[in-house]
Design a protein around this ligand. Structure first.
Ligand SMILES: *[C@@H]1O[C@H](CO)[C@@H](O)[C@H](O)[C@H]1NC(C)=O
Ligand SMILES: *[C@@H]1O[C@H](CO)[C@@H](O)[C@H](O)[C@H]1NC(C)=O
Ligand SMILES: *[C@@H]1O[C@H](CO)[C@@H](O)[C@H](O)[C@H]1NC(C)=O
Length: 204
């Protein structure tokens, strides 16, 4: 009885020691090494806030239809697929600081109301998240004021990200078909060190 308890205590001690000094090996086996060495890296919570410049027509449009709705009289354009590459800016002003691009697909996926199935990769090219991406996959009922979409992952700084985004239409000019969309993102991510240039030693 006592021996088993001590054994358990000793093995959990080694397990904890190992996990707190876990490591990532470099080289071609890095995926395998990474999963073997998975350990409780620190989580960080952040709120991001920015705007998307959504240009729906003209030569410099950033949203383009690639598949028409197969249903000619669909009020919700069911089945339509559009691809977009919107500029991300710090404020609603299109001339404000450029933070990156929001790229993805908009699929009209609701027969009754205007709601999209959206995939967005936010590609940050400036600021503290430069070089990192954040990915959204979610339902966007476009006529609602605040739409909640889920954050399902990320790269770079945002490895292991999860969270949610609140999206709303800041403004929409019907004559120019120019929309400015506001995004507030609440995200938790895990600061897994960069694998490509990491060189750590298993010292447990
Ligand atoms: C489209 O973009 C080009 C290059 O930036 C610019 O010269 C042109 O004025 C733009 N056209 C419109 C209609 O905004
Ligand atoms: C952005 O800057 C361009 C060039 O300076 C200017 O022509 C345009 O009016 C500006 N747009 C806004 C919304 O301020
Ligand atoms: C829409 O854009 C046009 C052309 O730039 C502009 O004259 C008009 O004032 C804009 N409308 C609104 C509501 O901002």
């Amino acid at each position: 009885m006592g021996k088993i308890s001590i054994l358990l205590l000793v093995s959990s001690f080694f397990f904890l020691t190992f996990s707190s000094t876990c490591a990532i090996a470099k080289g071609h086996n890095e995926e395998k090494s990474w999963s073997e060495a998975f350990c409780p890296y620190k989580e960080t919570t952040t709120e991001l806030h920015f705007y998307l410049q959504d240009v729906l027509e003209g030569p410099n449009a950033t949203v383009w239809e690639v598949v028409k709705s197969p249903i000619s009289n669909s009020a919700t354009s069911f089945g339509q697929i559009r691809v977009f590459d919107d500029l991300i800016t710090q404020t609603p002003d299109p001339n404000s600081t450029k933070l990156g691009r929001a790229q993805g697909l908009i699929t009209s996926a609701d027969l009754d109301v205007s709601a999209y199935n959206m995939n967005i990769n936010f590609v940050f090219t400036a600021g503290r998240y430069k070089g990192s991406t954040l990915t959204i996959l979610g339902r966007n009922p476009i006529n609602n004021v605040d739409r909640e979409l889920s954050v399902v992952g990320g790269t770079g700084i945002f490895r292991m990200a999860r969270g949610y985004a609140i999206s709303n239409t800041h403004s929409y000019n019907v004559s120019t078909n120019y929309g400015i969309l506001e995004y507030t993102i609440y995200v938790v991510y895990t600061n897994v060190p960069k694998v490509n240039n990491i060189e750590m030693v298993m010292d447990a």
